[in-house]
Design a protein around this ligand. Structure first.
Ligand code: GLU
Length: 598
């Protein structure tokens, strides 16, 4: 769920590990810990709270001679947040850090009668299990024997007493090796070690890596040889670059990402052949969680509007439901999986279900080293660069951008639009960077000041604005902890209007010209109940001056990307509100960046 780092080299392991661990902070965590090999002995230091707390504790020790160690940021799944439950765990001759969830840990515990446990974690049981198989010589065999009994997900970094090597293994949660001359890293993702190396190897399930002066990888006790890959992500891309928060930096990066996406997927007014042709299928299922689900609704909206007929339709599913419901699958069905990390547990399980049914699968993912990127038949890279803020902004942007291109491509292939129309639409995509910039430069602070003390904020809209409301409202609650809900504007009088009293903020999104008058009537209804009205609208929809207290106007563009401009405004408004409320914007409470548990 959170972060693992391992290092073996010539440098001060503690310093290297802490700098790498900080790069994984975005994954969300509640405690952290480190184990280093000191004169052939293992020293474990842990702390509840931020990595700064751990660092403070570490400054009491002289660890300058240690060149090998493992560390962990924990997002508790088994047992309270306290030092006993924090990792690394040490049992017998084994010290270990674990990300993931062991489903049969109670069963495992029954086999470990000779052990007493200090923590409530599933992880400490793995530690004892490995120890129970360890004969003092065969580390790989002990690890193999232990993992053969585990059910669930794990990424493990392991040290053995009296041995100066570092071991790693994973299943259903990521673990990568960073390779550099004279040093090797182990981490949950490449951003951890980008400050040291751009070369990496992705471990596959149940491959065990043994890191000494060199490293060896084994599967089922036999050596495996893997190619070293190279990433052009830079440490600067993964850092704040002068912005106060990653969230703000990432909102600004949307300008550049829209340029990158354009040049990747559009060549000389034609769609790149990498963009999947949906017209070959009869049913398209989009599957995602949270914002990724919201982004896929954009595809459904336009497919419903322009492409649906008796032989062609689209569904959108929350992954945690999709995998547990019955579906009819045949060669005419395409399943599209949307996930920033490419590791989201429910989405991954749904992808595996579809793969086992033999249907075509596509992953819209950002992390190209991820499991989904490797297991889906086709991959559409999001090109968003490392997203550090737990609440997605640029990730959602990129996903809905790609969704809109998939639909446009479909419309072009099925002759719903001709070349001339397509070129006209694509012109607007070209102008997107400058339009985003205009939206970013607006004033959100004044509106934020008007609403940041409120307990509830409602979003309303019609048509595509309902789907943008889902995401706008989610953003606000995620980072500011204000209760927020969204409704189809027409639904207001069927219940939610009962919630509106004096000064209840109602944020109305207005980008659907065809239904804007209807939405405006609904806004008046909310206003009549005392609602504090905020409108976020496209330039060409005019409203009376007295309609809203605050009015944010975004430039007019083509309908396929109009929602992206509306969303930038929603993101910045949420950001300013959260800032006024002094929230931990990049690391909201209880949330984790990569949701690798179900
Ligand atoms: N299940 C383990 C625990 O609760 C690991 C959680 C994590 O991935 O951080 O300690």
């Amino acid at each position: 769920m959170c972060g693992i780092v391992g290092y073996r080299g010539k440098k001060n392991a503690k310093d290297v590990i802490i700098s790498c661990l900080r790069m994984l902070e975005y994954r969300g965590y509640d405690s952290s810990g480190i184990a280093v090999i000191e004169n052939k002995k293992i020293r474990v230091i842990k702390s509840v709270g931020r990595i700064d707390e751990l660092d403070k504790k570490l400054s009491r020790y002289d660890l300058s001679s240690c060149t090998c160690g493992i560390a962990h940021t924990r997002w508790a799944t088994h047992g309270k947040v306290n030092e006993e439950n924090a990792h690394p765990h040490h049992v017998g001759r084994v010290t270990l850090v674990h990300n993931g969830v062991i489903e049969n840990y109670k069963e495992v515990e029954k086999k470990l009668k000779d052990y007493t446990f200090k923590s409530e974690t599933d992880s400490e049981r793995i530690c004892a299990l490995i120890d129970s198989f360890y004969d003092g010589n065969n580390e790989i065999e002990a690890i193999n024997n232990a993992i053969s009994l585990l059910k669930g997900s794990y990424a493990l970094g392991i040290l053995f007493d009296g041995n100066d090597k570092l071991y790693g293994v994973k299943k259903d949660t990521p673990l990568v090796l960073g390779i550099n001359t004279g040093e090797t890293f182990l981490a949950s993702d490449i951003s951890a070690f980008l400050g040291y190396t751009n070369e990496y190897i992705v471990l596959d399930d149940n491959e065990i890596v043994e890191i000494g002066d060199n490293f060896n990888i084994y599967y089922n006790n036999k050596p495996v040889y893997k190619t070293i890959e190279y990433t052009d992500y830079s440490i600067e891309e993964a850092m704040k670059n002068g912005y106060e928060h990653y969230m703000l930096k990432e909102i600004n990066e949307q300008i550049d990402i829209s340029r990158k996406l354009y040049s990747k997927y559009i060549h000389d007014g034609e769609f790149s052949d990498k963009l999947i042709d949906l017209s070959k299928y009869k049913r398209i299922d989009f599957i995602g969680c949270g914002s990724a689900y919201n982004a896929s609704l954009i595809a459904k909206y336009f497919i419903d509007k322009y492409c649906t007929n008796v032989n062609f339709y689209c569904n959108c599913y929350i992954a945690s439901e999709y995998r547990y419901t019955n579906h009819y699958f045949d060669k005419d069905v395409l399943a599209v999986f949307v996930s920033q990390s490419g590791e989201t547990a429910d989405t991954l399980a749904s992808l595996r279900m579809c793969n086992s049914e033999g249907i075509d699968t596509v992953a819209i993912v950002n992390v190209l080293t991820s499991t989904m990127a490797r297991e889906a038949k086709y991959v559409l890279p999001m090109l968003a660069g490392p997203e550090i803020c737990v609440a997605t902004t640029k990730g959602y942007f990129s996903q809905s951008y790609i969704c809109s291109l998939l639909v446009l491509n479909l419309m072009y292939k099925t002759k719903k639009i001709d070349k001339e129309k397509l070129l006209e639409i694509l012109e607007e995509y070209k102008k997107l960077p400058e339009n985003i910039e205009k939206v970013i430069n607006k004033d959100y602070k004044t509106v934020a000041k008007a609403i940041y003390k409120c307990e509830d904020v409602y979003y309303i809209g019609r048509g595509i604005d309902i789907y943008s409301s889902y995401e706008g409202s989610l953003k606000l609650k995620e980072i500011s902890y204000i209760h927020s809900e969204c409704f189809g504007a027409g639904e207001l009088k069927h219940g939610p209007i009962a919630l509106i009293s004096k000064d209840t903020p109602v944020i109305a999104l207005l980008s659907e010209f065809a239904v804007s008058e209807k939405t405006i009537s609904n806004i008046y209804e909310a206003k009549a109940r005392g609602g504090l009205i905020i409108t976020i609208r496209k330039e060409s929809i005019n409203i009376d001056k007295d309609l809203s207290k605050h009015d944010i106007v975004v430039p007019l563009t083509n309908e396929f990307i109009q929602n992206l401009l509306i969303m930038v405004a929603c993101q910045l408004l949420s950001y300013e509100v959260a800032k006024l409320r002094k929230c931990d914007i990049d690391k909201p409470r209880n949330l984790s960046k990569s949701v690798t548990v179900e």
